[in-house]
Write a protein that binds this ligand. Structure first.
Ligand code: G
Ligand code: G
Ligand code: NA
Ligand code: MN
Length: 253
């Protein structure tokens, strides 16, 4: 595959970097944290999103090296973002989460950059939890034991088994943006969209989990979500993902 050679070349040239998207309180937009989202600054093709290369990166085994190229920058940037108590959330691929010493490496990086574990979150997808439950459970339990919150990403997109929610140390549910996109499609006839949010929020409340709604793009969606009891989210209504310098400048002004 041509792109695989490209990925390896890109790694040696440090072309991968994190952008940061704020996670906010829906009612007033107060920033609670930032999700780190990988970008590839391709010399010819410009800025590439994960959709353009993540699958090949995972299948070719490059993902571990790419993740670390991203994570090292995230940890170096984290002290600037977490000064006011905000968290930084990183995405870890299932394949990478199965690597045995990943928890130790993450804790080392936190220590080296003097970031408190309470200021780091890990996002894993539902699919990940299907892949190697035992090893992944050990790793997530250890990270959770150190105070790092674990978020279940893309919640509701098809692999969910509610049994995961007490099998794994999940503290945060991220509702996939496909649900948000459907929430305001003809409210009078479609009560399903709102019902899903109400149900997930009630489940999360009863298990003391936090809900973060992805893909909040309009004020109407925000208002509906607030009516349904959802309090936290991220999306273009607030901000897309931006490089670290953008947030550091915003903080200084
Ligand atoms: O930015 P975009 O919508 O294209 O992101 C798509 C997906 O890529 C995200 O939902 C996330 O799961 C994945 N992703 C983003 N950043 C990283 C990263 O640093 N490492 C890994 N493994 N996956 C990431
Ligand atoms: O894996 P995850 O679903 O967390 O990936 C988040 C991705 O979704 C980011 O890559 C980002 O570019 C994209 N994104 C963030 N906010 C919005 C939004 O409001 N609408 C849409 N369509 N995409 C978004
Ligand atoms: Na994510
Ligand atoms: Mn997500």
């Amino acid at each position: 595959l041509e792109i695989e050679g490209d990925l390896r070349r890109a790694l040696t040239r440090n072309e991968f970097e994190p952008f940061f998207q704020p996670i906010v309180r829906l009612d007033d937009g107060e920033v609670l944290g930032y999700e780190a989202l990988m970008r590839w600054r391709h010399p010819e093709r410009g800025l590439l999103l994960p959709g353009a290369f993540l699958t090949v990166a995972e299948e070719s085994g490059c993902i571990e090296a790419i993740d670390w190229q991203i994570f090292e920058q995230v940890f170096a940037d984290a002290p600037k973002l977490t000064r006011n108590g905000a968290f930084v959330s990183i995405n870890v691929s299932g394949r990478h989460l199965r690597v045995k010493d990943i928890d130790r490496r993450l804790l080392e990086q936190l220590d080296m950059h003097r970031v408190a574990p309470q200021n780091l979150r890990i996002e894993v997808t539902e699919r990940t939890l299907l892949e190697n439950p035992e090893q992944i459970k050990l790793t997530l339990d250890r990270l959770r034991g150190h105070g790092i919150a674990v978020a279940l990403d893309d919640f509701g997109t098809g692999y969910s088994s509610l049994s995961y929610l007490h099998q794994y140390p999940i503290g945060v549910l991220k509702i996939d943006r496909s649900f948000t996109a459907r929430i305001e499609s003809d409210e009078s006839s479609d009560t399903q969209g709102p019902a899903i949010f109400r149900a997930i929020q009630a489940l999360a409340d009863s298990m003391q989990m936090q809900v973060i709604v992805e893909g909040v793009e309009t004020e109407k969606q925000r208002d509906l979500l607030l009516q349904l009891g959802c309090r936290f989210g991220q999306g273009f209504l607030y901000s897309g993902a931006e490089p670290i310098d953008y947030w550091v400048a915003a903080d200084a002004s």
